[in-house]
Design a protein around this ligand. Sequence first.
Ligand SMILES: [Zn+2]
Length: 112
Amino acid sequence: MYCPKCRTEYIEEATSCDDCGAALVNVLPEETVVENGKLVDVFTTNNSIEANFIKSLLGSNSIGCTIVNEHLVSINIFLSNAIPIKVAVDQQHVAKAKEVIDQYYKDLRENK
Ligand SMILES: [Zn+2]
């Protein structure tokens, strides 16, 4: 038996989750699989410092993210301005990540 919310596995006799109280199911539904979540780009820049800043900004909002292409830039410094660096988050965090980034740039404009 499995908890559909927190994905804990339980013995056959269990009927509800100890952690969150959800009713247990025999098979976990496919759509709750998060470990293979699709990554979606939420920010693109040519500046690796900016990309890393966005990464830490998202991290401070509990949103895990991955910087795409950064290694290409560091091994080919002469092309660094031509290679877009992307910050990607799990698709379930896309809306929140965009909100955090938008808010940051909005604050930046208003506080100059
Ligand atoms: Zn649970």
